[in-house]
Design a protein. Structure first.
Length: 365
């Protein structure tokens, strides 16, 4: 990009916001920006007006203020860096990896049914909460406000009624971005598995919908919720939820550790050794495993090992890979509608595993 702003702000900042800041903070004329960008001045004007109209959103306004302080302040002022990753676009693309991982984590949570991002005024952290109906709400993620500001500035989350506590939901563009982020992560995983080394993470670029790396878990890119949430709404013959909150919580705990384990030096870890049927190739126990977040990786390994063959398959596929039950049944060669029963048994065993771990920790303590 010819616009000089691209070399002074984080690469994830949208083009319209870059030009808005270049005009309002640097004082560059609209015609000058248009000449540098190779487009008509009316295009730049529309972009600037669009960003200005969005400043009623508290997260968007805070993001623009922070970017202005950290990247457009006089050189003699020491302003804190706003970006989650160090700026900017002319530096190695790997510097954007942290933002992409955080965006992937938060957007996945916001895709769950009834999930919102609650942001309170003057707080450094926001939380993702999910409505459980009559039983109230469950906190599923804690989000740094700088991450929330970046998501809002990219229009990946929206708020209909800002207030002292603003509630944001994932937008259509946010769901599209989630699809691309998942595809990018799987492409990197395929490269690591094929060549035994990690390449520099690619910057966020639109990817084809539904693209899956060969021999890798297929993720439902347009996922609205995890299979556990869908099953929790079903009722058995007695009118009770098919999966109670404790079982859903056990599955969510496994998924949280699974996602934390993905944040090591390699973007993803290889869990194929736990797929005992319908597998995707041989796997050595210590093959290409990163050392980052080893605690979470060890917890996932212990849980899946405790579940054993069959149960570890369905837990890994449905809780971690977010595969639908029909797809899991097909891959494992099970009869139709048997997956939900096996999944419930796996979650019951997983719940007992976590209870036993907690008891052991108390005894050691």
């Amino acid at each position: 990009m010819e616009n000089s702003v691209a070399f002074t702000v984080p690469a994830w900042v949208p083009e319209g916001a870059q030009r808005y800041l270049d005009h309002t903070e640097s004082g560059r004329s609209i015609r000058d920006i248009a000449r540098a960008a190779g487009c008509h001045a009316s295009t730049i004007l529309r972009q600037i007006r669009r960003v200005e109209m969005r400043r009623d959103d508290p997260l968007v306004d805070a993001a623009l203020q922070s970017l202005a302080r950290s990247h457009f302040s006089p050189s003699d002022q020491q302003a804190p860096t706003f970006a989650i990753v160090t700026p900017a676009a002319n530096q190695p693309e790997a510097q954007n990896a942290e933002f992409e991982r955080e965006a992937l984590r938060v957007l996945r949570r916001l895709c769950e049914s009834g999930a919102v991002l609650a942001v309170a005024e003057d707080m450094d952290k926001a939380v993702v909460v999910r409505d459980n109906g009559e039983s109230g709400t469950t906190k599923t993620a804690v989000v740094d406000c700088r991450t929330a500001q970046a998501l809002a500035l990219n229009d990946w989350i929206t708020c209909d009624n800002p207030g002292r506590i603003s509630r944001y939901r994932i937008s259509t563009s946010g769901r599209t971005a989630l699809s691309h982020l998942i595809a990018d992560a799987e492409n990197r995983a395929r490269t690591q598995n094929e060549f035994g080394m990690a390449e520099a993470p690619a910057s966020f670029k639109p990817a084809a919908m539904g693209t899956n790396a060969p021999n890798q878990p297929k993720v439902r890119y347009s996922t609205v919720e995890s299979p556990l949430i869908a099953l929790a709404r079903r009722r058995d013959r007695d009118g009770k939820p098919f999966l109670d909150e404790t079982l859903v919580g056990a599955g969510e705990r496994l998924r949280e550790d699974f996602e934390l384990a993905q944040l090591g030096p390699q973007v993803t870890q290889n869990w194929n050794r736990f797929l005992t049927c319908g597998g995707r190739g041989d796997f050595a126990a210590d093959s290409h495993v990163g050392q980052g977040h080893s605690g979470a990786r060890d917890r996932v390994t212990r849980a899946l090992s405790d579940l054993g063959p069959g149960l570890s398959d369905v837990a890994l596929r449905c809780c971690c890979y977010l595969e639908g039950l029909e797809l899991a049944e097909k891959r494992m060669g099970w009869s139709a509608r048997s997956g939900k029963i096996v999944l419930r048994i796996a979650l019951q065993r997983l719940k007992r595993h976590y209870q036993d771990q907690a008891e052991q920790d108390r005894m050691i303590g």
